[in-house]
Write a protein that binds this ligand. Structure first.
Ligand code: KG4
Length: 340
């Protein structure tokens, strides 16, 4: 079964062809990052317009890379939430039109479910149940993946996502967008005494994360230094922020593997590309005899290969959509599309 998959939640127009579940025949990502860079973040209106311009060209390239034609496609999968509404609507409407024209099923895919599915690409042995830490620009959530289409959230952020914390602190340090990537590169000097940053905790909630206090602390550190005419040691402060974020992510995740007895852990989302997070989770998992999975770097950020893979499992679970499919800015991961 060949699925043509679409992803347009934010600033990447992505199309992929995926065969029989996990075989990626092509995966094309047209990034708008250079255009949003000058604004220091994604401008939703521009993102929607660029998706509209790029999408048909990306489809053509994805089909030719996969060496197939539209007539070979058996189903269309599309991310319908959560994400930027205008951006999502471009992908959803294009996918709906194509599914009607080809008379093939339309499969609605949740963005976070697809990020988790990116782990299946190079890991034929990975199957549910497992625990997944999904960390991206908009989300930080710990989920039990009970089955391919059954998810139970056991914790998440109460305020900012880890990626947002990286992006905003990076901007405050004068680093280029996307900040998380740049901050990870420049965080080269581990002197954790120079800038004592807080470790925010949520009272009485075992698996909750909080990153906004950390973000504010970095901003205050930078502003205080500016007022005193002192120079910020960027490699040191960046390394301290990265350590704090990784401390919080690792501590809470291993509390969860212990409490729920998981011996398989996956990470997903843009922040799963973070170098320190990968190293620390790898070491801790070895110590605890936990099998760790993480996507290849090219599949950590937004892409459509992951949508095609999750789409396959949604299809197997009879989760298809009608032509009335809508897009949603927010969407719980355990929501099942009911065709309304
Ligand atoms: O999953 P993603 O591409 O888009 C969302 O669905 O949000 O994640 C983007 C986020 C951004 O916040 C970006 O700064 C962050 O992932 N990111 C990183 C790294 N690479 C991307 N954060 C920390 N370290 C990285 N190496």
């Amino acid at each position: 079964m060949k699925i043509l998959a679409f992803e347009s939640t934010c600033d990447e127009t992505a199309v992929a062809v995926v065969e029989d579940g996990r075989k990626v025949l092509s995966s094309i990502v047209a990034s708008q990052v250079e255009e949003h860079k000058i604004y220091g973040g994604v401008v939703p209106e521009i993102a929607s317009r660029r998706h509209a311009e790029a999408i048909s060209g990306v489809v053509k390239t994805a089909l030719s890379d996969a060496d197939c034609a539209l007539s070979d496609i058996d189903a269309i999968a599309v991310t319908y939430g959560a994400g930027l509404l205008g951006a999502l609507l471009v992908g959803v409407n294009f996918a709906k039109g194509l599914s009607m024209a080809l008379n093939v099923p339309l499969i609605p895919v949740h963005h976070l479910r697809s990020h988790i599915a990116a782990n299946y690409i190079d890991a034929p042995d990975l199957k549910p149940p497992f625990l997944c830490l999904t960390v991206s620009g908009g989300n930080t959530v710990l989920t039990e993946v009970c089955d391919y289409t059954k998810f139970k959230v056991i914790g998440g952020t109460k305020d900012d996502a880890a990626g947002e914390c990286f992006d905003k602190t990076a901007r405050c340090l004068g680093l280029d967008y996307p900040g998380g990537v740049m901050l990870d590169k420049i965080a080269t000097v581990p002197d954790f005494k120079k800038y004592p940053l807080p470790y925010p905790k949520i009272e009485n909630e075992e698996f909750a994360f909080s990153f906004s206090g950390l973000k504010t602390a970095v901003m205050n550190t930078v502003h205080n230094a500016e007022q005193r005419n002192e120079e910020i040691d960027i490699p040191v402060l960046a390394a301290t922020v990265r350590k704090r974020v990784c401390d919080m992510l690792c501590d809470t995740t291993f509390k969860a593997t212990e409490k729920y007895g998981y011996k398989t852990l996956a990470i997903a989302g843009g922040v799963s590309a973070n170098s320190e997070l990968r190293v620390r989770l790898t070491k801790e998992c070895e110590k605890r005899n936990i099998k760790l999975y993480y996507p290849k770097l090219e599949y950590c950020g937004d892409n459509a290969a992951m949508v095609g893979i999750q789409g396959y499992y949604e299809y197997k679970d009879k989760n298809t959509a009608k032509e009335s499919l809508n897009a949603f800015a927010t969407l719980p991961i355990d929501y099942r599309y009911l065709g309304i």
